[in-house]
Design a protein around this ligand. Structure first.
Ligand code: PMP
Length: 322
């Protein structure tokens, strides 16, 4: 679908997957004026195909659009487009547990003009791809490197938008962490390098002395849909959950005194990813003996159970693709 100042959003169309042609001066190439989303379609054992909270993705897309000076996309239109395309591509979802169709809606600024101003022209595109199980051999804890040199986002910047620059800013640290055997980077705040923000593509939670803590939304982390769903489930189960500022020092202190019971990341790709070890400035902190914690496991089983239609959906999260 295209946008022009004159016609607004127009010319919605479905075409076979193919390269697109853009002018080399298109603003997206030079100034990164672009946003994206990520969600999944799941097939139940009875053959129903369903999306997980697509309204949340389009609300977030429009918040990202607003931050990046991109015109909003009508939420209903976006959801309908995802449903139509999923109907066409649903046979690509491989049979078997854990498989799904990953859906990537995105907007790019296409106006060919090198002046640094918001574009007057955009394209909104949806692509999708079958993806296999994130944990083909069962849920497995990851090792995470706490980044103390580079910064990904600052309050007042674009950290809460799902925009390309945030991810580009993280690549170098991510590469270095991978080389040392860590799966992902845990980002600290940009001002003081003290407070926990989020992991490269996940929000983070820590269970300390029976209470689950997660960094409060502060304008520099992504408002994750799995994060939001996790908080709802924990409250539903009467497990205390607190959103507040969390320092890395207090997590290490809880670890040293034996009060840190579990840590896990939340995100569309892995759903729940237990954290077995942190490394902050060379000091390693092994969590729950490097094993998957009880709450992590329960959340994983319940979220995936709801997504694959095996468990009741108490919050009406799933949207059927008819
Ligand atoms: N933080 C970042 C930076 C991410 O890219 C993602 C993945 N979208 C998340 C958190 C988790 O968000 P969600 O649960 O909506 O996938």
């Amino acid at each position: 679908m295209n946008y022009s100042a004159e016609h607004g959003w127009h010319q919605a169309r479905i075409v076979p997957y193919q390269p697109i042609t853009l002018d080399p001066a298109a603003k997206v190439f030079h100034y990164g004026q672009t946003v994206f989303e990520g969600l999944k379609a799941y097939r139940t054992e009875e053959g129903r195909v369903q999306l997980f909270r697509p309204d949340m993705n389009f609300k977030r897309l429009n918040r990202s659009n607003d931050r990046m000076s991109i015109p909003p996309i009508p939420e209903e239109l976006g959801i309908e487009a995802v449903k139509e395309l999923t109907k066409i591509d649903q046979d690509w979802i491989p049979d078997g547990a854990g498989n799904s169709l990953y859906i990537r809606p995105f907007v790019i600024a296409t106006e060919p003009l090198l002046g640094v101003h918001p574009s007057h022209e955009y394209q909104f595109i949806i692509i999708m791809s079958p993806v296999g199980a994130y944990y083909p051999e069962g849920i497995n804890p990851v090792k995470i490197f706490v980044e103390s040199r580079y910064v990904r986002a600052m309050v007042g910047g674009v950290g809460e938008a799902k925009t390309a620059g945030n991810y580009a800013a993280g690549l170098k640290a991510q590469e270095a962490a991978n080389e040392q055997g860590y799966t992902q980077v845990l980002w600290l705040d940009g001002a003081e390098h003290k407070y926990i923000e989020e992991v490269g593509s996940m929000n983070v939670f820590f269970k300390i002395d029976g209470t689950v803590y997660t960094p409060a939304l502060n304008g520099s982390i992504l408002d994750g849909i799995t994060r939001n769903s996790t908080i709802q489930l924990l409250k539903h189960w009467n497990i205390p959950v607190v959103e507040r500022v969390l320092s890395i020092e207090e997590i290490y202190e809880a670890g040293r005194t034996g009060k840190l019971e579990e840590a896990f990341g939340t995100g569309t790709a892995a759903v729940i990813s237990p954290v077995g070890e942190l490394n902050w400035k060379g000091e390693k902190l092994v969590i729950n003996d490097g094993a998957t914690g009880e709450v992590s496991e329960k959340l994983y089983d319940n979220l995936t159970g709801i997504q694959y239609g095996k468990l009741e959906d108490p919050f009406s999260w799933m949207v059927e693709v008819k």
